[in-house]
Design a protein around this ligand. Structure first.
Ligand code: PMP
Length: 438
């Protein structure tokens, strides 16, 4: 099968006239995979996308993470429809918000109190503000290649989209702000120690993706999170876990309650940022944590954060319904098995065809890096063959397999992927890797 996409090309030409770069999020552009028109989708159902030229694709992009139950899941669609019929926005509190807050709290013990916002960006941005208000300090330590949304403070050494497009340090951020951020390599406790020795008295928080999802899927080394939390606390700084990708991705909870990894103790942060899956595909973010820290937030405390759309009934209903699907027994185990089958087969194909490939799988998601070395930090993830990835991406797309157009992004499984989809994908990857080897 090869896909042809004349209508996508037409629409892209038209979009370029009206929408900057033709896309509403730069990570959707095909700039890093050889340029040209991205695929314009028309419809999505279960594990499949259908484009405007009526090609079908098996979806592993999954909207960069939120779509974990497949597209248009009937339970979520029904909840959104009910919400729409009851009026989509009130500007008043609703009982639904309490339901979702209680669900999050029961799955994530470190959340004494939460607040809903509209995106992961807002959630992270606010955790930083709250940490600064609580500690009365200014600086933030982050890890190179972690992506925490597009607020000013965290667009320094940012992975994901910014790295894909070659702009990990965004323009438009005053040096006075960038100088408040200290960047340390992921998995490097010595680097963190040095940063804390130098700036510790003014560090409000150490922020981390506890399992990285933005320069591939990367596990913390055993002891890394434990060391990070201990050192941060000794320096009087708070610990912020950005679980926008990892929240409910690997199991029903977050990586801080991750019993599935025997090497990793469950270390609780002071604040957690959430997004993506907890909205079931509608816009959402949430942040929460220790009661005394969260009580910094208005109307209780002096740190201001607000939102016209925050906690809107449609997003909250969608999120509750999504978590109800994920609560069912066996859901995560099935995704893990399918991901393992797929990831192992891709690695086998690459070995057979002599293509250097590192596959980092964490339960139901994985990343593919065209290199021979392991990927444990951002430098290693950068030092991979972007041209080989671009070629692989295109060869997969032509065979109806949709990946993210970036060598840094992960493949996501959903509850909708079937064994037959995995088999088709294995065959397509084998073809692609055979051609790459030539
Ligand atoms: N934090 C992490 C870990 C993310 O992966 C993302 C988005 N990819 C964000 C924050 C920002 O979330 P949003 O795009 O919803 O603003």
């Amino acid at each position: 099968m090869t896909t042809s996409r004349p209508r996508s090309e037409q629409l892209y030409a038209e979009a370029l006239q009206h929408i900057v770069g033709g896309v509403n999020s730069p990570s959707r552009s095909f700039k890093a995979v050889g340029g040209g028109a991205p695929v314009f989708m028309k419809r999505a159902q279960g594990a499949y996308f259908y484009d405007v030229d009526d090609n079908r694709y098996i979806d592993y992009l999954c909207a960069y993470g939120p779509i974990i139950t497949g597209h248009a899941h009937p339970h979520i669609t029904a909840a959104i429809t009910r919400a729409a019929e009851s009026g989509v926005l009130y500007g008043t509190p609703t009982e639904l918000e309490i339901t979702l807050a209680k669900k999050l709290k029961s799955a994530i013990p470190s959340l004494d109190k939460v607040r809903f916002v509209n995106s992961g960006t807002e959630a992270v941005m606010t955790t930083i503000r709250v940490a600064r208000a609580y500690t009365k300090r200014n600086k933030i330590i982050k890890f190179a290649g972690c992506y925490h949304g597009h607020s000013d403070l965290v667009l320094v050494a940012a992975g994901s989209g910014p790295s894909t497009l070659g702009i990990p340090d965004s323009a438009g951020i005053p040096t006075s702000i960038a100088s408040e951020v200290i960047t340390v390599p992921f998995n490097d406790l010595d680097g963190l120690k040095q940063a804390l020795e130098r700036w510790g008295d003014d560090v409000a928080a150490v922020m981390v993706e506890p399992i990285v999802g933005n320069f591939g899927m990367v596990m913390p080394k055993p002891g890394f999170l434990e060391g990070l939390c201990a050192m941060a606390r000794e320096a009087g700084a708070l610990v912020i876990y950005d679980e926008v990708i990892t929240g409910f991705r690997f199991h029903y909870g977050t990586s801080q309650t991750f019993g599935a990894f025997p090497d990793h103790a469950a270390i609780e942060p002071d604040l957690t940022a959430l997004g993506k899956i907890i909205g079931g595909g509608l816009p959402i973010g949430a942040y929460g944590g220790r009661k005394d820290v969260m009580e910094q937030v208005a109307p209780l405390g002096p740190a201001y954060q607000a939102g016209t759309m925050a906690g809107n009934p449609a997003s909250i209903s969608s999120g509750i319904a999504c978590l109800e699907v994920l609560e069912q027994p066996g859901v995560y185990e099935r995704m893990d098995l399918l991901a393992a089958k797929l990831a192992d087969a891709i690695k086998d194909s690459a070995d057979r065809h002599g293509v250097p490939l590192t596959v980092n799988r964490i339960r139901g998601s994985f990343s593919t890096h065209f290199c021979a070395h392991p990927i444990t930090n951002y430098d290693e993830a950068q030092d991979t063959d972007g041209k080989a990835f671009a070629q692989f991406f295109r060869l997969m797309l032509e065979q109806g397999i949709c990946l993210a157009p970036s060598k840094y992004e992960a493949w996501f499984l959903t509850t909708a992927h079937a064994e037959a989809d995995i088999d088709l994908t294995i065959e397509a990857a084998d073809n692609a890797l055979r051609q790459l080897a030539r």
